[in-house]
Design a protein around this ligand. Structure first.
Ligand code: ADP
Ligand code: MG
Length: 865
């Protein structure tokens, strides 16, 4: 027998430690060989170990661990107290040494060592803590665990395991306490706990939670060796209360079943299976994404589910092994009851002796508990014994069973499964999150696009608005200016017309000057029409641009090109405007001219004069009068409006008509002293001389000469004219021209120059005097009058230059005058002019013989006419 080996062969009555040395050694080294759970913070230590080493049930080595065995002594019950009052207990416990002495007789005893020795005073709490708690913790960490109670009927197996402790909390047994511990440590959200409660009786497994289910078969996974009872009811446990109810229900069913079968609960094995499923996460791993550009995506922690099982077995009474049948039970029944328990004993013996064959398959109990002994579960066995010496045999057998169980070594393995369901759930959640995020980002993106669009649209419309505004402003300005100028022109026209109508003379005069004047008006009208037409065109263009702008609203992207086009159009518009402005100036200058001429005529008529168009050549007095009157002439007013530079620019216009009008305006302006300085400053004198030089038109030449004559009234201008070669130009014109009015203007100009003392020599040397006198050939009284005035001026200067009042110069001049006088006379010169001249000369030359002579001669000549 295997048990022999435990006996102390010496036979001494002195209690020797019976278990083999190996048992002792194991006992002492037990804790160190267990996983760290035994020493400190078992849960966490195991968790670390398990995740590192035991990833699957099949893979990796387990942690070696021996079956823990505790012995518990029931206190004497009432009957024993009485019946055994005179006898000592059959056992003596030495809990501090974890030893038990079994008395063989009064003088002999055997000592056994256990992992725990629990006296009759041991509390239920303490029993739970030393027997079951390490197993429960181990279950929470993913290992399978088994706690079994083995012992004779009535020794306290059910008391130890199954007490509910409803009246007395401290009486709660291992089942309730284990569940409490499990419930405290699992997560209600991620973990699950379910319970099956079974009874094994006569090799039949009955479901204590569903009595109808009375023949449950055991299923073994050939790959993993896992044992399961798929037919058993699994009840999910949420709280302790539901568990207690479940236990009560199970107990009730057990009693009912036993009554039906006419048996006792002690003959059956009660098996409570607690299935614990816990979710654990592996390490997070960064995995490359498809594009492999970033490691944003971290492989979700490997979802693992740890399945473990706590099996609490309240075994049938061990006495049946030997005494079955002797207590009136059917042989068959006894055999069956014995079968499972004796098979368990055989298996334990085989395991303890490291036998090659362990007869697990011999019974349902051993098949069911194949994990718990020599398997991968952590197993605690509590053997319960009574104190009565009457049951010494049973007690000894129980103790030996425990001793053998202590030799069984288990290999603990954690059981983790890859949790596909959980992974799928997680991935689904992650997918949902990503979808939501994507949706959010898409929305944000859309919003952003919309915002940018809106902004762009706003900008485009702002630019368009600005552009339209600017265009409209420009157009309005143009229109205003245009309207203003037209209005002014119309006013002037009306004014002129009125003057024409008022003055009857004008019509007659118009016969002389008229055709030109009327022509001018027709031209102006034409120009006005032309300008009106152009304005309409411009307005059309603006409208067109507006419509283009409207189209432009639609084209967002092509905006720039459109704006460029519009800018070009605007430039065109500006160009057009400039042209219009030029036209306006021309029209104004024409108007100026007409106004002036009308004005002049009016004045001449009022004086009954000859209708000189250029006042500067008339009496200087009239000018003075005009300037003294303090009123600005219409010419001057227009001159102010238009500006001298613009008028002078027109002198170089390509249009001959424009040039004629411009030079007329300049001439008229030059007639007023106030304007002369401005004209000369703006280069008007040079321009006028240029016109003389580049002779092309008689009118131009005439009017230019008139203007020069007017400017020549000013002493400062006289020198300028000389410096710019004016005298030679005038001389050339004097000899070329045939038109008496042209000659009159040239003569007037030279006559004005003759009044300047500084210019005497130059005038003479450059042929000015000669040209002056040469113009006498024209015989027109207006010309002669100007020649006479020039000679008189010249003579006056000459006399001032001569100290004695006589001399060669004077003589020479007189001679010339005499000759001229002769001409005058023969040509019936203007009497007034001549007289004036002679009187002046007499006054200047003094009372000399020669002068008297000459004058007398002259007078006589005149008288003759
Ligand atoms: P078993 O299940 O082994 O047949 P029970 O648990 O039914 O034995 O116990 C038999 C009796 O002994 C019960 O009345 C129980 O209350 C009592 N008993 C057992 N163990 C103890 C103990 N440690 N302390 C007090 N009473 C006990
Ligand atoms: Mg019992």
């Amino acid at each position: 027998m295997a048990s022999n080996g435990y006996r102390n062969g010496t036979g001494t009555n002195k209690g020797a430690i019976k278990p083999p040395a190996s048992s002792n050694i194991r006992s002492s080294s037990f804790k160190s060989r267990l996983p760290p759970s035994s020493n400190h913070s078992p849960g966490s230590a195991l968790r670390r170990t398990s995740s590192a080493s035991f990833t699957t049930a099949a893979g990796g080595d387990g942690v070696p661990g021996r079956v823990r065995v505790a012995v518990r002594l029931r206190p004497r019950n009432a009957e024993e107290s009485t019946a055994d009052a005179d006898f000592a207990d059959c056992v003596e416990l030495q809990p501090e040494l974890k030893r038990l002495k079994l008395r063989k007789n009064n003088w002999e005893s055997e000592t056994y060592e256990f992992d725990e020795v629990l006296t009759e005073f041991a509390s239920q709490k303490r029993v739970y803590e030393v027997v079951a708690k390490p197993v429960v913790e181990s279950v929470l960490d993913g290992y399978n665990g088994t706690v079994m109670a083995y012992g004779q009927t009535g020794t306290g197996k059910t008391f130890t395991l199954g007490r509910l402790g409803e009246e007395d909390t401290s009486a709660r047994g291992i089942m309730v306490r284990s569940m409490e511990e499990i419930l405290v440590n699992v997560s209600r959200e991620t973990d699950s706990i379910s319970v099956s409660y079974l009874q094994l009786y006569m090799e039949t497994i009955q479901d204590l939670l569903d009595p109808a289910n009375d023949n449950i078969s055991i299923v073994e996974d050939p790959r993993t060796g896992d044992v399961s009872l798929p037919g058993a009811t699994h009840v999910e446990i949420k709280d302790e209360q539901s568990f207690l109810e479940l236990l009560r229900l199970g107990e009730a069913h057990r009693i009912a079943a036993n009554t039906k079968l006419n048996t006792e609960s002690s003959r059956s094995h009660a098996i409570l299976m607690v299935h614990v499923k816990r979710s654990v996460l592996g390490e997070e791993v960064a995995i490359p994404t498809e594009s492999d550009k970033s490691s944003h995506f971290v492989k979700p922690p490997k979802p693992l589910v740890r399945k473990s099982k706590l099996v609490l077995v309240d075994l049938a009474g061990s006495e049946r092994v030997q005494k079955s049948g002797s207590e009136g039970h059917m042989l068959e029944e006894a055999k069956s009851i014995n079968l499972s328990l004796s098979a368990l004993g055989k298996c334990i013996n085989a395991l303890a002796e490291n036998s090659a064959h362990v007869p697990i398959r011999d019974s349902k109990l051993t098949r069911l508990l194949r994990d718990s002994f020599g398997g991968t579960a952590r197993t605690s066995l509590i053997v319960t014994i009574g104190p009565s010496p009457r049951h010494r045999g049973e007690t000894a057998s129980t103790i030996l069973f425990g001793q053998r169980a202590m030799k069984v070594e288990n290999m603990l393995r954690i059981k983790e499964e890859f949790d596909y369901k959980s992974l799928a759930r997680r991935l689904e959640i992650q997918l949902d999150k990503l979808i939501a995020e994507n949706e959010r980002q898409q929305k944000a993106f859309d919003d952003e696009v919309e915002r940018i669009n809106l902004e762009a649209q706003n900008r485009v419309s702002e630019v368009e608005r600005n552009f339209t505004d600017a265009l409209e402003k420009e157009r309005l300005k143009c229109q205003m200016e245009y309207m203003e100028s037209v209005k002014k022109l119309e006013e002037k026209m009306i004014e002129n017309q009125q003057k024409h109508q008022h003055d009857g003379f004008m019509k007659d005069k118009c016969n002389g000057e008229g055709p030109g004047f009327c022509e001018d008006i027709a031209v102006i009208k034409k120009l006005l029409e032309k300008e009106t037409h152009m304005r309409k065109e411009a307005e059309k263009e603006v409208n067109k641009l507006k419509s283009q702008l409207g189209q432009h609203m639609d084209a967002g992207a092509g905006g720039d090109a459109e704006i460029l086009k519009l800018q070009i159009a605007l430039e065109d518009e500006v160009h057009q405007k400039k042209k219009l402005e030029e036209e306006i100036i021309i029209l104004r200058s024409q108007m100026l001219q007409l106004t002036f001429e009308a004005d002049q005529m009016r004045r001449c008529l009022a004086r009954g004069g000859s209708g000189n168009a250029y006042p500067g050549l008339d009496s200087p007095m009239s000018q003075v009068r005009d300037s003294l009157s303090g009123h600005k002439t219409p010419v001057s007013a227009l001159f102010d409006q238009v500006g001298v530079e613009k008028i002078l620019d027109l002198l170089e216009s390509e249009d001959a008509n424009v040039r004629i009008h411009a030079v007329k305006v300049v001439a008229n302006l030059a007639a007023e002293e106030a304007n002369q300085e401005r004209i000369v400053e703006a280069g008007g004198l040079t321009s006028l001389l240029m016109l003389l030089r580049s002779y092309e038109d008689e009118t131009v030449r005439r009017v230019a000469a008139g203007a020069i004559a007017n400017l020549a009234m000013n002493e400062a201008n006289q020198e300028l004219i000389m410096v710019q070669g004016g005298i030679s130009l005038l001389s050339t014109t004097a000899s070329d021209a045939e038109d008496p009015q042209t000659l009159r203007m040239v003569a007037g100009a030279i006559a004005n120059l003759c009044g300047n003392d500084k210019l005497q020599a130059t005038l003479r040397s450059e042929g000015g005097i000669k040209a002056l006198l040469g113009m006498v050939r024209c015989r027109h009284p207006d010309v002669l009058s100007q020649v006479a005035r020039g000679i008189a001026n010249f003579a006056k200067c000459e006399s001032r230059a001569s100290t004695n009042g006589n001399g060669l110069h004077i003589a020479l001049v007189l001679l010339q005058v005499y000759e001229a006088g002769d001409h005058f006379l023969s040509m019936k010169v203007h009497f007034h002019g001549l007289c004036k001249m002679l009187t002046m000369m007499l006054h200047l030359l003094g009372d000399t013989l020669s002068s008297h002579c000459v004058i007398w001669h002259s007078m006589k000549q005149m008288q003759r006419t």
